[in-house]
Ligand binder design. Structure first.
Ligand code: NAI
Ligand code: PYR
Ligand code: K
Ligand code: MN
Length: 351
């Protein structure tokens, strides 16, 4: 029996609904497999934890998390009680950075059983490789003066190392897919970092003559995600551009509630972290109707990462089957609850 040690952080809002549902599915996957086992340990780090302790996680939280094979997280944020930049930087973004999870991979594809809001979605199947440790998400800057004279400065940080790393990752993964990489740029408007981004892309692509490339400005690219998503394979993007593109990726599948993601540590020093694209959805929290598919597909990405690719494939196939059968949450046109969807997935896995 092979045991995987998984740190679980449900976090806030619907994270507390979709994480237990997805864990149920994960344990069923292990049962069906017969030779693997998930030993999970849950951590209460969240905005409520912050209210009680004045911090989003324990001081030795990272020390503790370091020893796990992977981290399975729901969502962080409850702006009614803690400002978003405090909660996200105190937990989610802190883990991404301290654990050098410098790549965020986020797939989107036409999903069986789901109606895309696009009139003609064709058979799109794309993967956004989002730089996850620098770029526009940066602590560099500050605010000075008050009132009329107040100034806010926010610096975007693009290192050669970080930019190359994201691009190489995109080219490597494109080898295992359709062999095309699109670079998301904005070098017509952003005069320092984006021409630099383009230069690094041109350098890195020389190492991969077998991979086709294209370059789009982020505004046009966002429009193409809607008008012709089937023309993309791998898209490499900066932290913010990738963030925005992947909410669109969720939307064109049918709901942001099904989009999965993996924060990948590429140097082997720390665990990777798996969390869906969506946030804590305070507008639907507590109703039991959050779509668990984003979290469950995220579990599939964690299975892939752990080397359990076959079980991952099986799980996703079953999820699509259940969706096609009409058992789905309201965001994708059904009337089932979070738990009903997860339970149906468990039942079909066992068949
Ligand atoms: N990675 C993370 O933990 C993220 C955290 N956040 C945080 O989440 C909070 C809410 O942010 P929003 O901008 O509203 O984004 P959000 O992704 O939480 O919600 C956007 C919309 O999508 C819907 N939605 C999201 N997930 C769903 C699901 N699984 N099933 C059905 N509908 C779903 C919500 O009901 C809402 O209408 C904020 O505190 C924000 O900072 C936002 C994005 C990512
Ligand atoms: C914070 C956020 O929206 C994201 O990382 O996707
Ligand atoms: K999330
Ligand atoms: Mn986002």
């Amino acid at each position: 029996m092979k045991t995987y040690h998984i740190a679980v952080i449900p976090g806030d809002g619907i994270g507390k609904e979709v994480v237990p549902a997805a864990l149920n599915v994960l344990h069923t996957v292990a049962e069906v497999h017969g030779g693997i086992n998930f030993e999970t340990k849950e951590f209460p780090w969240s905005c409520e934890y912050y209210l009680e302790h004045g911090k989003m996680m324990d001081d030795d939280g990272l020390e503790i998390l370091k020893n796990f094979d992977a981290i399975f997280l729901g969502a962080v944020g409850n702006p009614a009680i803690v400002p978003d930049h405090v909660s996200l930087w105190g937990l989610l973004i802190k883990i991404r950075r301290e654990f050098e999870q410098s790549i965020n991979i986020r797939p989107a594809k036409l999903f069986k059983g789901l109606t895309s809001p696009l009139a003609n979605p064709r058979d799109f199947d794309l993967l956004v490789v989002r730089e996850n440790s620098e770029g526009e998400y940066s602590e560099s800057g500050g605010r000075i003066h008050k009132g009329e004279d107040e100034i806010a400065i926010q610096n975007a940080i693009f290192t050669k190392k970080g930019t190359e790393r994201a691009m190489r990752y995109a080219f490597e993964v494109a080898k295992t897919r359709k062999g095309h990489v699109t670079s998301a740029t904005k070098s017509n408007g952003i005069v320092h970092s984006m021409p630099f981004w383009d230069e690094v892309f041109n350098e890195v692509k020389q190492e991969y003559p077998e991979i086709e490339t294209s370059v789009n400005h982020i505004d046009a690219l966002a429009a193409f995600f809607v008008s012709k998503p089937q023309t993309f394979d791998v898209i490499v993007a900066s932290n913010l551009f990738g963030d925005i593109l992947t909410d669109i990726g969720g939307a064109i599948m049918g709901s942001i509630g099904i989009a999965p993601a993996g924060n990948i540590n590429t140097n082997g020093k720390y665990p990777s972290m798996f969390e869906p694209v969506h946030g804590s959805a305070p507008d639907i929290y507590g109703k039991g109707i959050a779509n668990p598919i984003g979290q469950i597909w995220t579990a599939k990405m964690m299975l892939d990462h752990l080397g359990e690719v076959e079980m991952g494939e099986k799980l996703l196939a079953v999820v699509e089957e259940v969706t096609a059968s009409g058992i789905k949450t309201p965001d994708i046109g059904g009337n089932s609850t979070t738990n009903e969807v997860a339970e149906e997935i468990c039942n079909r896995l066992k068949q």
